[in-house]
Design a protein around this ligand. Structure first.
Ligand code: SF4
Length: 113
């Protein structure tokens, strides 16, 4: 998580960023693992796999993934998923939301008839 500097005081971080202070990738010497070159075209590089292994041990993995999904981070490994995996997760969520909306409309139409 090389984007923001490690604060001297954990509580100086705004609440919404505090999870980053517990990210284990902060202590990984090679932060480029999380942003492998060419990962858009070839997302399953050995660097990305190494980053994902680190993410599996991270106590803030869900916070990280939630951030990446809500902020539409479209580059690198966040929360143990590369950009292609996150795009697929968002696509499935959109499909489910559309399906639920369509089913809700059908039910409303049926009860109105
Ligand atoms: S889940 Fe991975 S990318 Fe996210 S903070 Fe943890 S180690 Fe870093």
């Amino acid at each position: 998580m090389p984007r923001i500097p490690r604060p001297a005081d954990h509580w100086s971080l705004p609440q919404r960023w505090r999870w980053q202070d517990d990210a284990i990738c902060r202590d990984v010497p090679d932060a480029d693992l999380f942003f492998p070159k060419g990962s858009v075209a070839v997302p399953m590089t050995s660097e990305a796999e190494a980053a994902k292994q680190i993410c599996r041990m991270c106590p803030v993995r869900l916070h990280c993934l939630q951030h990446a999904l809500t902020q539409r981070e479209d580059w690198g490994v966040w929360g143990g998923l590369d950009e292609g995996e996150r795009r697929e997760m968002l696509r499935k969520a959109r499909e489910l939301a559309e399906q639920a909306a369509a089913e809700g409309k059908e039910a409303a139409d049926a009860s109105a008839a």
